[in-house]
Design a protein around this ligand. Structure first.
Ligand code: GGG
Length: 355
């Protein structure tokens, strides 16, 4: 029997709530599927841990994480700790340290889910965003000068390397070959005359290696419009760190809810563990109320299973999610219902049981 050590960081807000429910569903899907030996190693890191220790991750934390096959992550962000401490102390360094340079964010309109857009049939929105995850606008380079004084200033440097652009774009083209063979690159080279011009040049170079895949460039502003106006025209989208982050809230909401948006932070060379997390954040407004949607976390667990080669377990989990959504209930409030998080898990467990 294959064995996998999975580090679990529930993190903040609704993170631990949805992650625990997703583990219950993942265990059931694994029992019905691959029957692998899954060891879930829970790590109590997050804002609470920061308030107790002054660190988001303990001193030996990164080495400890590295010894796992994957990381299952909830959310980070707390109203009483600034985001530049929480996000910059945990999730962003993890992506860089473990070279998780592909942030894979699929968006799919499931049967039974109402898009806020008019007349969208199930499956008509079906795209995957490949977000560059280790450099770009989220590089922690820059500084503040004259803090607190009238002449205060801040400099934030974006970092775009040929290597960084090439590898995310190649991943996108490879992904497109397994789908509908169309890649859209998101740019803003009409305004950002250095970074985005390099991005476009590299895109043209990489596209030449994939003559069987349709390639086009779209300005971020036009893309934002078309994610709403004609989302069915997108197959694979490749975007920088910031652009990908913003556009994937849009792709999530046009497919019904942030509560359905899953993601993987992938190290394709497998030199370090990849990390899987729902796209939504910690949602402090509903934390502790037991009404968070666990489906994004469950679909993230399915992505993790696929990454680990547990295809049968992944399929069981995905089928159960699709069946519960198609049935129309139970639904948490983000999908217009009144159900609790645990009601959804119960329905998922029953759907896994039915097979
Ligand atoms: N589970 C997603 C999460 O915790 N998001 C917090 C956040 O702001 N992340 C920034 C990012 O994804 O780049």
């Amino acid at each position: 029997m294959s064995a996998f050590r999975i580090a679990v960081i529930g993190g903040d807000g609704i993170g631990p709530e949805v992650i625990e429910e997703a583990i219950r569903a993942a265990d059931a899907a694994n029992q019905a599927g691959d029957r692998a030996d899954l060891l879930w190693n829970r790590l109590p890191w997050g804002s609470q841990f920061y308030k107790q220790t002054g660190r988001m991750v303990p001193e030996d934390g990164w080495n400890l994480l590295r010894r796992h096959d994957a990381i299952f992550f909830g959310a980070v962000g707390s109203p009483d700790v600034p985001d530049h401490i929480t996000v910059h102390g945990l999730i962003l360094p993890m992506r860089r340290k473990f070279d998780q340079y592909v942030n894979l964010r699929p968006a799919y309109l499931y049967e039974g889910v109402q898009s806020p857009l008019r007349d969208k049939a199930p499956g008509s929105i079906d795209m995957v965003v490949y977000r560059e995850n280790t450099e770009g606008e989220y590089a922690p380079i820059g500084g503040r000068l004259y803090e607190g004084l009238p002449g205060e200033m801040a400099v934030q440097v974006s970092v775009f390397t040929r290597r960084g652009c090439e590898r995310i774009m190649r991943a996108a083209f490879e992904g497109a070959r397994r789908r509908r063979k169309k890649v859209t690159s998101i740019t803003k080279s009409n305004a950002q005359a250095h970074s985005m011009v390099l991005w476009d040049e590299v895109f043209r170079d990489v596209a030449r290696e994939y003559p069987d895949v349709e390639a086009r460039s779209l300005l971020i502003d036009a893309a934002a419009m078309d994610f709403v106006r004609r989302p069915e025209t997108f197959d694979v989208v490749v975007a920088s760190n910031l652009f990908g982050d913003i556009l994937t809230d849009l792709s999530a909401i046009v497919t019904g809810s942030m509560g359905l948006a899953a993601s993987g932070n992938i190290n394709p060379e497998r030199t370090a563990p990849s990390m899987f997390e729902p796209v939504h954040g910690s949602a402090p407004d509903i934390a502790g109320k037991g009404i968070a949607n666990p489906l994004a976390a469950m679909l993230s667990a399915a992505m993790m299973f696929e990454h680990l080669g547990l295809e049968r377990s992944a399929a069981r989990l995905r089928q159960a999610v699709a069946a519960v959504l198609k049935a129309g209930q139970p639904r948490t409030p983000d999908l217009g219902g009144h159900a609790r998080t645990t009601d959804v898990t119960a329905a998922i467990l029953a759907a896994i049981d039915r097979g």
